[in-house]
Design a protein. Structure first.
Length: 356
């Protein structure tokens, strides 16, 4: 029974060891190895890595003036960016891929630099020597004041109406630093870089006016501006004394006002050209028969005859009901008195005296 318990315990320990091995590798951070410590230009080496996040896109570069302890001092400008290779980690966070050997733009010591393209920032370096490439000693590290990041960086500000029509987007990079050295820092010079996608950042030197005593901290605000019409995913990097201190993503919206302007222009200009062309055609068109020139397009119209309402006939009869048309007094020479007998035998006819 005791032997059986020991066997079960041994098996469980082996299972736990297998389960904890990836966790231990992840706790140690990402690591990079190269198949050959030295190779010449035109050859290739195999780069492998462990401890990375699963299914993560990485970029592999050969960089000069760098060591695993100090990193890539000059940033990606010290790397052979044109001959880099992208690779995606597997479900366990590992990868393996060939990388062509190319001379970096600066002297060695050199490393194979592997860094994440998207997501949380992570990188690792492996020592590598490019055969035949010049070697130069690294610059000495400063022994005085030494800056350290105390807070994460952020971008303050917003886009206005002019940015919607293509004006340069601008923000303010805000961060807090501390002096971890033994001497006072005065007017330190920072380098702010902006990169679009996977391209190398474009650095711009900016000086902060002020002094920072040992053990003190200060909030720094540096302006950041892109080119006119810029849009897409950008990365703002902060570098001091050749070392990248922080990186901040920046999503810039598309200037839809410019698109709307071009759409309206594509509608208005053809319409104006059409109107001008029609006016020119109307001017040069020969007159029609009869010497009458009609402007524009003549459209025949159908005219309907006007129908007049029938007018009532005038009433020539009297409206008195007790007279007939024959004995209507209104028809007798316009007399309005009652009729009487004008004969000579009428007893009412007057006679002259003395008549026989």
């Amino acid at each position: 029974m005791r032997a059986r318990a020991i066997a079960i315990s041994t098996a469980l320990a082996a299972v736990f060891a297998l389960l904890l091995t990836p966790l231990a590798a992840a706790a140690d951070g990402p690591a990079v190895k190269v198949s050959e410590p030295q190779a010449g230009t035109g050859g290739s080496i195999t780069v492998s890595g462990t401890g990375w996040r699963p299914h993560t896109l990485l970029m592999m570069l050969i960089c000069g003036q760098a060591t695993p302890a100090r990193g890539v001092i000059g940033g990606t400008n010290s790397c052979a960016n044109a001959d880099g290779r992208a690779v995606t980690t597997d479900a366990k966070g590992g990868f393996g891929k060939q990388l062509p050997v190319t001379e970096p733009p600066v002297p060695c010591p050199c490393v194979v630099h592997v860094a994440t393209v998207t997501g949380a920032k992570a990188d690792a370096d492996a020592v590598f020597q490019v055969a035949g490439h010049p070697v130069k000693a690294l610059p000495a590290e400063p022994t005085g004041g030494r800056l350290s990041m105390l807070t994460d960086t952020r971008l303050d500000g917003s886009s206005g109406l002019l940015t919607w029509f293509g004006a340069p987007p601008s923000r303010t990079l805000v961060f807090t630093i501390g002096n971890a050295g033994s001497t006072t820092l005065k007017d330190p010079v920072f380098q702010v870089g902006t990169a679009h996608g996977v391209f190398a950042p474009q650095w711009d030197e900016q000086q902060w006016r002020g002094t920072l005593a040992p053990g003190k901290k200060a909030q720094i605000k540096l302006p950041v501006e892109l080119s006119a019409g810029a849009h897409g995913d950008y990365t703002v990097s902060l570098r001091y004394d050749g070392k990248v201190l922080a990186e901040q993503p920046w999503g810039v919206g598309r200037p839809w006002g410019v698109t709307l302007f071009w759409l309206l222009l594509c509608v208005v200009v053809p319409a104006a050209v059409f109107r001008i062309g029609m006016a020119v055609v109307d001017r040069v068109r020969p007159p029609r028969a009869g010497g009458i020139r009609h402007r524009g397009v003549h459209r025949p119209t159908l005219r309907l005859p006007r129908v007049r309402a029938p007018q009532p006939a005038p009433d020539t009869t009297s409206t008195l009901p007790w007279f007939t048309p024959d004995n209507d007094p209104g028809t007798a020479a316009g007399r309005l008195s009652a009729p009487h007998d004008d004969s000579s035998t009428s007893p009412t006819t007057p006679t002259r005296k003395g008549t026989t």
